[in-house]
Design a protein around this ligand. Sequence first.
Ligand SMILES: [Fe+2]
Ligand SMILES: [Fe+2]
Length: 160
Amino acid sequence: MIAEHYVADVLRESNTLNVLQSRAHGLDHWFRVWKNGQWLTTQSEIKDVDMEVVALFALFHDSMRVNEGNDPEHGTRGWLLWKYLYDGSGHTLTDIQDRQLATACEDHSNGLTHSDPTIAICWDADRLDIHRHGIWPDSHLMSTGAGQILALRRTYPGAT
Ligand SMILES: [Fe+2]
Ligand SMILES: [Fe+2]
């Protein structure tokens, strides 16, 4: 996957990891977002999800936080880190993928839902990890039916 080419670069450049030294918004969270995205795409209602974009979102969306709380521009900074690191060697992002990743990163913390399946999976995968803060996601802010059901049941992907 394309994201694999950038893991080492993000580990080196991430403000969230290297300056903030965050656990709440760091590697553990990024990994769970990726796993949540994979789980959500196994749900039959959801089609045409671009997992390359979901993986890149998981890696970059919270990579450039400057604090653990109100940081409204952190998604845009994560997107800018992607633009800074992207070299296209051995792979290219299509214009559609580029726009999906931009929207997914820039708007992921703005309390929106989205009808694009790939962006919907990115945002729901992120919100489904909010229980790490001791709260459950608002079902009205989930973009997918599977995400809404999990939020209403107050459970998370893979829970038995
Ligand atoms: Fe975020
Ligand atoms: Fe996040």
